[in-house]
Design a protein around this ligand. Sequence first.
Ligand code: ADP
Ligand code: AMP
Length: 222
Amino acid sequence: MIIILLGPPGAGKGTQAKTLSQRLKIVHISTGDILREAIKTNTSLGQEAAKYVERGELVPDNLVTRMARERLSCDDTKEGFILDGFPRNLAQAESLDEFFNSNGLLDYSVIYLETSENTIIKRLTGRRICKSCQAVYHLINAPSNKQGVCDACGGELYQRPDDSEATIKNRLQVYERLTAPVVAYYSHKGKLLHISADNEADKVIAGILKFLKVNDSCEISL
Ligand code: ADP
Ligand code: AMP
């Protein structure tokens, strides 16, 4: 099963992808996570990407597309995968189409997590991430058991530098200008589920699973 999660920063793509990955036993691929890891370990990709990520700009397509293709070619994607944060503009969407076509991957679902700006700001400013395993928490909505400590691995929780209010504003503008057209792109292909992601995480996942089951059990053209 191949799932592409679309939506603005803070919509809950990573949160939903983690649950879907556990339920469906397919890998979660987040281009943001891969880039943060590259920055942390100071690889040449990380050095190149850091200045864009800090400012909330998109990392250039040639870097991200190569990175995504390499990741999608790993053995653990054979049973399927969930893409979170890619594609993020039309050029990336077209490149993904090419990859899918040349690998015979014709069946995929695109889920758009529709979110209001008010929700996005509250989610992003309260988001905390584990430095070691990148698990995602929220100060109010999804707190860790012990403040500042990851439940999963005991790592230290931190606030992403690009979750500051100034950078959030830029990321939302970038989203509207470059990523929103990707939603329209898949909608025109008849491949899109809209789901209201302002709801609690449990309700959102229930909606997604319902959709995927329908999609699984009958051959309907979406
Ligand atoms: P994205 O990957 O789309 O940027 P995340 O999954 O990291 O978004 O979620 C952003 C923040 O909002 C996190 O702190 C997460 O715990 C919280 N969150 C995600 N989904 C929900 C939800 N449905 N209700 C409340 N909080 C949520
Ligand atoms: P995310 O974790 O998805 O919020 O992404 C964090 C940051 O990584 C973004 O603001 C971009 O700077 C960069 N990034 C992640 N995915 C992509 C992508 N597909 N194309 C370009 N830049 C990306």
